[in-house]
Design a binder for this molecule. Structure first.
Ligand SMILES: Nc1ncnc2c1ncn2[C@@H]1O[C@H](COP(=O)(O)OP(=O)(O)O)[C@@H](O)[C@H]1O
Ligand SMILES: [Mg+2]
Length: 266
C-alpha cells in the first residue's frame, strides 16, 4: 500500500538507547511524531525526558537506535547543525542574552557559540538580508504574542514575557519540529491558558514535542502522550488512555506522594 504524504511521520525514533555509565537513561524507546501535532512526553523525575530531547537536538549521542525525519534517517547532528534540520528548542532555563533587546535576541537565534559571529555578520548583511532577518524575527514575535516587547531590553522582561521571547527565538528558525522543555513551568494559570492557545495555533506551523510537569495542561493540548519511566516507554496513546493505564498509575504511585497522574511529578 502506498502511504500518502499526510501519513508520513515527521519524526520517527526506533529502539533508542542511551547509557550513562551503568545507568540506562533511555532504554529501547520508540516514538513517532506526526506533522502539525502536539506530542507530550511525561514521566517521573529521572525518567529520561531531558535526555530524549538532548538526543533529538544533537546534544547527546545515543548508544543505539535510529532517528528519521520525513522517513529519512539522520545522523546524530551537532547542535549547531540543527537549524539546517529545522528542529528548534527552547531551553528549560530561558537563556536569553541580557545585554541585547528582545528583537536582537530573536534575530540572533539560539546558538550561543555563534553570537559574536552573527553580530559581526549582521553588520555585513545587505539591507535586504537584514530586512528579511528582521521581518522573520517580527513575525516570530507576533506568533509568540510578544511583538510589543521588541525594543525592550531583556533585563526589563517579566518571567512569563521572557518565556514568550525564548519561544519567538525558536520560531524565528522556522522549525518543522519544535521542542518545548517545560514551557508552563513557573507560569500562573491564566498564562498557562494563553500558552495553551498559542501552542494550539502553532500546530498550523510545526509539530511540537512537549516535556511538561503540568499534567492538566498536557491533557488539554496533546494529540498523543508518551509516558517514560526509568528510560522506558511504559505507555503511549491519547491522554485519556495513558492516564488510565495501570502501568502509569503504578509508576506515579511508586514515585510521588500524590496518588494520581494529576500530581506534580509528571
Ligand atoms: N550527562 C549525564 N551523565 C550521567 N547521568 C545522566 C546525565 N544526564 C542524565 N543523567 C541521568 O539519566 C537519567 C535520566 O535523566 P533525565 O533525562 O534528566 O530525566 P528527566 O528529564 O526525565 O528528569 C537520570 O537518572 C539522570 O541522573
Ligand atoms: Mg528533565
Amino acid at each position: 500500500m502506498c502511504l500518502d504524504s499526510t501519513t508520513v511521520a515527521l519524526l520517527s525514533i526506533k529502539s533508542l538507547s542511551v547509557n550513562f555509565g551503568g545507568l540506562k537513561a533511555l532504554d529501547d524507546v520508540h516514538l513517532t511524531v506526526e506533522k502539525n501535532s502536539v506530542t507530550s512526553v511525561i514521566g517521573p523525575n529521572g525518567a529520561g525526558k531531558t535526555t530524549l530531547f538532548n538526543v533529538i537536538s544533537g546534544l547527546v549521542k545515543p548508544d543505539s537506535g535510529s532517528l528519521s525525519l520525513h522517513e529519512k534517517e539522520i545522523k546524530w547532528p551537532a547542535a549547531h547543525q540543527l537549524a539546517g534540520l529545522k528542529i528548534a528548542r527552547t531551553l528549560q532555563g530561558v537563556g536569553l542574552f541580557s545585554g541585547l533587546t528582545v528583537l536582537e535576541n530573536v534575530m540572533i537565534g539560539r546558538d550561543h557559540h555563534r553570537k559574536s559571529n552573527v553580530l559581526k555578520d549582521a553588520l555585513g548583511l545587505s539591507e535586504k538580508d537584514e530586512r528579511e532577518l528582521k521581518d522573520r524575527a517580527m513575525d516570530a514575535l507576533a506568533w509568540a504574542g510578544a511583538l510589543s516587547l521588541a525594543d525592550k531590553p531583556i533585563s526589563q522582561l517579566t518571567y512569563p514575557d521572557s518565556k514568550r521571547v525564548a519561544l519567538a527565538r525558536a520560531l524565528a528558525q522556522e522549525p518543522e519540529l519544535l521542542l518545548l522543555d517545560e514551557p508552563a513551568a513557573g507560569l500562573g494559570q491564566s498564562e498557562i491558558d494563553s500558552l495553551g492557545e498559542l501552542i494550539n495555533g502553532l500546530k498550523r506551523r510545526c509539530a511540537i514535542i512537549l516535556v511538561e510537569h503540568h499534567v492538566d495542561f498536557v491533557g488539554e493540548i496533546s494529540d498523543s502522550v508518551y509516558v517514560l519511566n526509568f528510560g522506558k516507554v511504559i505507555s503511549s496513546g491519547s491522554f485519556d488512555d495513558v492516564k488510565r493505564d495501570p502501568a502509569v498509575v503504578a509508576a506515579y504511585l511508586g514515585t510521588t506522594t500524590q496518588s494520581t497522574l494529576g500530581g506534580s511529578h509528571a
